[in-house]
Design a protein around this ligand. Structure first.
Ligand SMILES: CC(C)(COP(=O)(O)OP(=O)(O)OC[C@H]1O[C@@H](n2cnc3c(N)ncnc32)[C@H](O)[C@@H]1OP(=O)(O)O)[C@@H](O)C(=O)NCCC(=O)NCCS
Length: 199
């Protein structure tokens, strides 16, 4: 059975995995979150710097860093931060989901999916109408993400593959909200946008 990600203090407890709890990151957990991200992105150490830099940037939104915990240990982390959509009518504040990381020994057990579902439930009632991300085309449709180009959204860089630019429309979305995603400057400062030619 896949883990159910419960609100903290409301575990179900009917399978081993159901003890995984999803909740907002708490004050003082910065180091533990850093360790989760470092482990999940062992080949991309810049992702740890990305989380740190977002944390101290104006694009950090308190309460939108979420963790999965089991037996008092953090196993996974996801982060939503602020970005802009350059829509014809005006700039629109939107969310970017990323990074999404599960510690290596806990991957492929449904924990990442449970935490993403939990996080999306938390942002559903927020004013931002859209969640963008960069990610594997096969992973994100299960959460309701669709190809960004389908609804008139443009990638912030041509180095993001067209099929690696999913978007989720939230309840406050309106059809006039099209245009180009403008990332937080933090993603540019750390060169964390799209794929670089290894040559
Ligand atoms: C990607 C990640 C967040 C998924 O979380 P998870 O808890 O491992 O995944 P779940 O058990 O919820 O879902 C499993 C599905 O994830 C996808 N997936 C997981 N790891 C994958 C990988 N290395 N390559 C491709 N797909 C992968 C597959 O669709 C998989 O389904 P399958 O097991 O039936 O093939 C996690 O594996 C991770 O942290 N990876 C390293 C960091 C990373 O690359 N993050 C960015 C992803 S865009």
């Amino acid at each position: 059975m896949p883990p159910t990600c419960q609100l903290y203090d409301e575990p179900v407890g009917h399978s081993e995995n159901s003890e995984v709890l999803c909740r907002p990151e708490r004050p003082g957990e910065e180091g533990a979150v850093r360790a989760v991200v470092a482990d999940a992105f062992v080949d991309e150490p810049v992702v740890v710097d990305l989380v740190d830099a977002l944390r101290s940037s104006p694009d950090w939104i308190d309460g939108l860093s979420f963790v999965a915990e089991k037996d008092g240990r953090l196993l996974a982390h996801i982060l939503f931060s602020r970005a802009l959509l350059d829509a014809p009518r005006r700039l629109v504040e939107v969310l970017v989901l990323g990074p999404v990381g599960v510690t290596r020994r806990c991957q492929r057990q449904g924990i990442g999916s449970a935490l993403v579902r939990y996080g999306l439930e938390q942002v559903r009632q927020r004013p931002e109408p859209l969640v963008f991300l960069e990610g594997w085309p096969a992973y994100y449709p299960r959460f309701g993400f669709e190809p960004g180009g389908r609804h008139g959204f443009r990638r912030p860089s041509l180095r993001i593959p067209e099929n690696g630019f999913p978007v989720l429309r939230l309840p406050s979305y309106e059809p006039w909200m099209t245009g180009t995603l403008v990332y937080s400057h933090v993603f540019w400062d750390l060169d964390c946008v799209g794929l670089r030619d290894p040559q």
